[in-house]
Design a protein around this ligand. Structure first.
Ligand code: GCV
Length: 682
């Protein structure tokens, strides 16, 4: 098994399999995913000189299995139900490794875990953190059953959005100019990469479902089945975005009213058809009453009515509907200062808590707006304890530099996942959620993600979906070591690891510095959302404002005098955000409109913070370029990766300077306040 030539191997270069492939490996058990494990092991051993054996019968649990011979034994132990279908137990020490799992998926994840550990799996200290010698067993189970990527891929090339909406990595892996791609082997490679970081579900088309895409549910279902066949061997289930108006668009019915018996019968029949073609189909994704997509409001019905209809037809087959909470009025009037997009999802959905069918998963964006570089956590996540929730993250870098800027997103996601609505640990975002969904950043680009270092975001998404408490710097370290096998060594190679860490660990904060300040967001060019346009959205219907004038800037979202958004949070956050003196600096302009001379907790005024951070942000990007150009880096990462990253970094510097100059000039002109350090502002 190897990523096809012509595509970067990402975190599965052949060298990553050397520690496994150079040993005596035994696989015990049978089943489709065990066959995948066998094929992986056989390929690695053929390449690296080891030996691979397969005994189809299951193993007895425990030491009996480990005594069967082999440096690495991967054994299916059907009785080990405490591991679940995807978990595995890893016993290692004394140079030998035993992976046990109750099901094939667990065995596959166990194999990729050993690959991740590398030579250290066999020679390093046992992984219980104590450094103990001898054989120690660790148990690994994913935090969430569903760890999913949504592809915003169109089947037809959309006249404005292209083949992939908000895609920055070329065309779609699945679709090309209206058709299924004739060669789906890259999809198989993609599934392999996903399994190796823990993702187990993929929605194969855009949540904005246009006319052609709607047909994937019925007469173009064979296309979806063909994709599912590529994903299945790596334990990745296929999901489909569907149009709420499908009964009209495809079924010729006069209505899509969710309470209409004919509509319900149509969905039940369509869903039977899907499961006949794809027995392990995961379910539907629905964007309803949002940015022009049809939904239940047209019939005077609630979103629970709409979602429950689909939950009911999917449940008998074991499927779920991911129903998105991204519902807001995109025809706002900027003169109206009471209506607030940040309140919309909460106001629509929180009152429906407890009203959803058990096969409905409410998919909530992590912030109340739309994937800005800094937002508070969405209050919806803390307000619906009786609803199955999935938190949606944006791996594709729509608002974070579009894979032209180096922005490592895992630190932001970790912060979101660790946020607690109350004081108890089970009030964290991670614990409130039952699943994690990421909008994929992958396309048909040879590096998968356009910017080669953006692969780390995809990897981190999978790892955090498996373990939301994982440390983002550790996850980045794993990614570096796997992707650039030499980086784990000493001397110049150890330097590469440090160099890449230094470039990436704080890159999100760097991006935040040179773009929109203090949580206010949105100063991007309307439409394509790349580059600065401070007033671009200021007088638009999209509900995304900063309200800068000569005296101050920011959105008053207090209960006392503003839109009341702070009051959507439970205590103590409602009070924390409501009061100027307790609101965290980084969210100040999200919750408050303040004078330019307002002094932050940092001791700087708002205007000086804007000046300073924009200068610092550009300096940090310039330092990043210098780091990448250090001697030895190109050799260690490969000339192709080096050249592509350098090209992107050059654009990042250009763009960051443009951001700096426009934002500083804008606020200097508005406020008339000079820079305390006397720097020239254009
Ligand atoms: C798929 C933002 C993006 C849209 C996207 C939407 C969504 O508004 O700009 O391209 O549509 O989010 O999440 O549905």
């Amino acid at each position: 098994m190897a990523i096809a030539a012509g595509r970067h191997p990402a975190w599965l270069p052949q060298g990553a399999f050397r520690p496994v492939g150079s040993r005596r490996v035994l696989v015990r058990g049978s089943g489709p995913l065990v066959d995948t494990v066998v094929a992986e092991v056989a390929g690695a051993c053929a390449r690296h000189g080891g030996t691979a054996r397969h005994l189809p019968g299951p193993a007895a649990s425990g030491p009996a299995a480990s005594g069967e011979g082999g440096d690495l034994v991967l054994a299916l132990v059907p009785g080990a139900t405490e591991l679940g279908t995807e978990g595995f137990a890893l016993t290692r020490g004394d140079g030998r490794v035993l992976v046990e799992a109750a099901a094939g998926a667990g065995l596959l994840y166990g194999l990729f875990h050993v690959v991740r550990l590398g030579e250290g799996a066999f020679t390093g200290p046992a992984g219980d953190g104590t450094g103990a010698r001898g054989r120690v067993t660790e148990r690994h189970r994913p935090a969430y059953d569903r760890r999913m990527l949504d592809h915003w891929d169109n089947v037809d090339v959309h006249p404005v959005m292209g083949q992939v909406e908000r895609g920055y990595a070329g065309g779609s892996l699945f679709w090309q100019a209206g058709r299924l791609r004739p060669d789906l082997s890259p999809v198989r490679d993609y599934a392999r990469l996903l399994a190796a970081c823990g993702v187990n579900a993929v929605a194969v088309n855009n949540v904005n479902v246009h006319r052609t895409e709607a047909r994937l549910l019925t007469d173009r279902l064979a296309d979806v089945a063909a994709i599912a066949a590529q994903l299945r061997p790596y334990g990745v289930r296929t999901h489909l975005s569907v149009s709420f108006a499908a009964p009209m668009l495809l079924g010729g019915l006069p209505t899509a009213d969710p309470l209409d018996p004919a509509v319900r019968a149509w969905w039940a029949e369509a869903t039977r058809g899907v499961y006949a073609a794809i027995p392990d189909f995961g379910g539907y994704v629905v964007k309803a009453d949002s940015e022009g997509q049809p939904g239940p409001f047209a019939y005077g019905r609630t979103h629970a009515d709409g979602a429950n209809l689909l939950g009911e037809v999917l449940a008998p087959h074991g499927g779920v509907v991911h129903w998105r909470a991204f519902v807001y009025d995109h025809r706002q009037d900027w003169r109206d200062r009471r209506t607030d997009r940040a309140n919309a999802a909460y106001d629509h959905f929180a009152p429906l808590d407890g009203a959803f069918h058990e096969a409905v998963v409410l998919q909530v964006k992590h912030g109340p707006m739309d994937f800005q570089p800094r937002e508070p956590v969405s209050p919806v996540i803390g307000a619906m304890p009786r609803t199955r929730l999935a938190v949606e993250l944006q791996v594709t870098q729509e608002y974070t530099g579009q894979q032209r800027h180096l922005v490592h997103l895992a630190p932001m996601w970790s912060q979101v996942l660790a946020f607690r609505f109350g004081t108890a640990p089970d009030t964290s975002v991670a614990r409130s959620a039952g699943g994690l969904v990421g909008v994929s950043n992958v396309g048909d680009d040879p590096f998968w993600t356009g910017h080669p270092l953006a692969q780390a975001n995809l990897y981190a998404f999978g790892r955090l979906a498996w373990d939301p408490q994982a440390d983002p710097a550790t996850v980045l370290g794993e990614w570096i070591d796997l992707t650039f096998p030499g980086a784990a060594g000493t001397g110049a190679d150890a330097d590469l690891r440090a160099t890449v860490h230094a470039m990436m660990d704080r890159s999100w904060l760097t991006y935040e510095k040179y773009t929109a300040p203090l949580g206010v967001g949105w100063m991007v060019t309307p439409g394509d959302h790349y580059g600065p346009a401070v007033d671009g959205y200021e007088y638009s219907p999209w509900g995304t404002y900063h309200f800068a004038d000569r005296d101050g800037v920011g959105v008053d979202r207090t209960v006392a005098t503003g839109t009341g958004n702070a009051g959507r949070y439970p205590h103590p956050w409602s009070a924390t955000y409501e009061a100027l003196d307790t609101c965290p600096d980084e969210l100040l302009l999200f919750f408050h409109h303040v004078p330019y001379g307002h002094v932050l907790h940092s001791g700087r005024t708002v205007i000086q913070h804007i000046y300073d951070t924009h200068v610092e942000g550009v300096e940090e990007v310039e330092a990043t370029v210098r780091a990448w150009r250090r001697p030895g880096v190109a050799e260690a990462v490969g000339a192709d990766v080096h050249a592509r990253v350098l090209e992107r970094l050059r654009e990042q510097v250009r763009s960051a300077r443009e951001w700096r100059d426009q934002v500083m000039t804008y606020f200097f002109r508005k406020s008339g306040v000079p820079d305390a350090h006397g720097r020239a502002i254009p």
